[in-house]
Write a protein that binds this ligand. Structure first.
Ligand code: ATP
Ligand code: MG
Length: 592
């Protein structure tokens, strides 16, 4: 691991305001609209105290008010409507940013090098897409834009106050500035706390994922209670870290409350005195107070926004950590000994063996997920500050497992070769190297005499039919699973490969169930269990009538429909052998 990476891990993922900007800029339209609405809204808000002052002066001079009152009421209504519209635009923008960040994350996660998945936990990655992105929305809704438009009202009100009475203004302003400085200082502490809280949520998601995906093993082992405790422990730690964030942000509430209360008291007391000595009139004092009210709202927003932005940056750090991890093929050109990616046809040597390993050595660099770190964090958080720092500094431990050492062999074309060896010898690893899930540390692997690193990964993998040892089956239908690698295959081809791997029986059984249900709709209740969705009633009716299509057509139609049978989450509705054969059928279908 390089030094830079080590320091990165030590500090934990961090993000700055600058990194937030590109996410905001994806929403240029709504952003502009929200800002424009903000400016108009600020104008209507600021006009109100001025008009109010006029009303009071006219009342004092016993002049008619008609038009002024109408204008004032219209302004108030327009202001209210505008703020509602702005609220919607902001929410929409927030959702847009969440969508953008999710898209970016999904695109990157699906392209991360396989090694990254040896070092990260599924649940944590899922939680980054689900939970961390949501926090970004807060910046926009209760955050930045509202604060920016609020800023206009704030400064407008300040100027109004300054014009009315510089003395009163000076005192109010100092109170506000001091409060603002305290809030900024306190909020800075929110950012790392949120990162840790979100990391814990990631750990929790990973733990839940582990429990659910191995629920049968856990039940069989009688470990339900222990697993529950472990999962609850993660949830409690997330709670403790969440409380830490809550405590920091709660500090902001009394500070802003005190600041506002204090400035009101000062203005009322001192203002009353200044009216009494004749320095200002009643109308001026009322205007000043309304300006103060106007200033308070954006100030509260600003306090909230500072906290919200810091929260979002805490989550953004975790998002950026994934987004800035290079994708699998980002450095392919640099890795290629030829200095560029070369098409296979251009380089392939007709007399070279199909596969050749030249003195290949390979070491896994995986990590046991660093959940201990977070656990320590919580414990030391209760203990003392120093321990907290230590836990934060603990780098994730990368475990090196040297698997292949100076391996050389050749596989001739059109030959059938079995790789035999004890468990853990490195057979699956050898295949993973051929698929280029990993690159060797030293030596080289050739396909038709071409170094794999010179080839486009997509082209290389299209040349190979690969069935994983665990033969994963994806949630969805039989057809979804078959079409994974060859989206354009016809039903007939699907049926052919299923028969080739001896899954014809399964398909016919499912089809027979459909036919049975179709021809004897009264017997639906007694229909045996089958993998497959409920039959659709339209078809049931048409099959029950006398003008039936020829039997073979029925069979073909049913077989096609049987392809839509659901296999369940990770193929849970299939037997172990059926899963493996389905995976083989998928590979046969996309065979080069
Ligand atoms: N992702 C990984 N990270 C770290 N070590 C790994 C990883 N995958 C495998 N190993 C280690 O590499 C060694 C070889 O594993 P491999 O899966 O290649 O064995 P195998 O020959 O296929 O065994 P089996 O016959 O049991 O399938 C094992 O000791 C294993 O612990
Ligand atoms: Mg294996």
């Amino acid at each position: 691991m390089s030094g830079a990476q080590t320091t990165g891990r030590r500090r934990g993922p961090r993000a700055s305001l600058k990194q937030l900007v590109p996410y905001l800029l994806t929403q240029r339209g709504p952003l502009t609209l929200a800002l424009a609405l903000g400016i108009v809204g600020a104008g209507t808000s600021l006009a109100q105290p001025v008009l109010l002052g006029q009303v009071i002066e006219r009342v004092q001079l016993s002049q008619p008010l008609g038009v002024l009152l109408v204008i004032l009421s219209v302004l108030v209504v327009v202001d209210a409507l505008l703020s509602g519209f702005q609220h919607y635009v902001l929410q929409r923008m927030g959702e847009g940013v969440v969508l953008h960040s999710r898209r970016t994350l999904i695109a990157r996660i699906l392209r991360l090098p396989i090694g990254e998945f040896d070092r990260r936990r599924t649940g944590d990655l899922v939680s980054r897409v689900g939970s961390d992105t949501t926090l970004l929305r807060a910046v926009l809704t209760q955050g930045m834009v509202e604060a920016i438009s609020g800023l206009l009202v704030f400064f407008g009100a300040l100027i109004g106050m300054l014009v009315i009475d510089p003395v009163l203004f000076g005192i109010t302003f100092s109170v506000v500035v001091i409060a603002l400085m305290i809030v900024v200082a306190v909020s800075a502490k929110i950012r790392p706390a949120v990162t840790q809280a979100q990391q814990k949520v990631g750990d929790l998601a990973a733990q839940v994922e582990r429990s659910i995906s191995s629920i049968r093993t856990i039940r069989a082992a009688g470990a339900t209670h222990r697993e529950q405790r472990a999962t609850e422990a993660e949830a409690e730690e997330a709670y403790v870290l969440g409380l830490k964030v809550a405590k920091i942000s709660a500090l902001i509430v009394p500070i802003s409350f005190l600041a506002l209360q204090l400035s009101f008291l000062v203005v009322l007391g001192l203002g009353g005195y200044r009216v009494a000595i004749g320095a200002i009139g009643i109308a001026q004092l009322v205007m000043f107070i309304v300006f103060l009210f106007l200033m308070v709202a954006p100030l509260g927003q600003a306090f909230g926004a500072i906290a919200a932005v810091n929260q979002a940056l805490g989550a953004l750090g975790r998002i950026q950590e994934i987004v800035t991890t290079p994708a699998e093929n980002d450095h392919d050109v640099a890795l290629a000994p030829a200095g560029r990616i070369v098409p296979l046809a251009e380089q392939a040597q007709p007399d070279a063996p199909a596969i050749r390993f030249n003195d290949v050595s390979f070491t896994y660099r995986s990590a046991a997920p660093a959940r201990i770190d977070a656990r320590e964090l919580v414990r030391s958080g209760r203990g003392g500050r120093g321990a907290w720092r230590d836990a934060e500094a603990a780098p994730a431990e990368i475990v090196e497992t040297s698997v292949l050492k100076n391996v050389s062999f050749e596989i001739a074309r059109s030959s059938r070769v079995a790789l035999v060896g004890p468990s853990g010898a490195g057979k699956s690893t050898t295949l993973a190297l051929i698929e280029r899930f990993y690159d060797p540390d030293s030596g080289s692997i050739e396909l038709h005499g071409v170094d794999l690193r010179n080839l486009d990964r997509g082209e290389l993998r299209a040349q190979l039919g690969y069935v994983e040892q665990d033969a994963p089956v994806l949630a969805g239908s039989l057809r979804d699973n078959l079409l994974l690698g060859s989206p354009d295959a016809s039903d007939a081809e699907c049926i052919r490969v299923l028969r080739a791997v001896n899954l014809g029986g399964l398909l016919e059984r499912t089809a027979a169930n459909l036919a049975h249900i179709g021809s004897a709709s009264t017997h639906i209740d007694s229909a045996p269990d089958h993998i497959g969705s409920a039959p659709d009633t339209e078809n049931v009716e048409s099959l029950g009538e006398s003008n039936l299509p020829p039997t073979s057509d029925i069979a073909a139609a049913h077989l096609s429909r049987a392809l839509d049978a659901e296999v369940g989450e990770r193929g849970i509705m299939l037997s172990g052998g059926e899963k493996q054969r389905l995976a083989i059928a998928r590979t046969l279908l996309s065979a080069p």
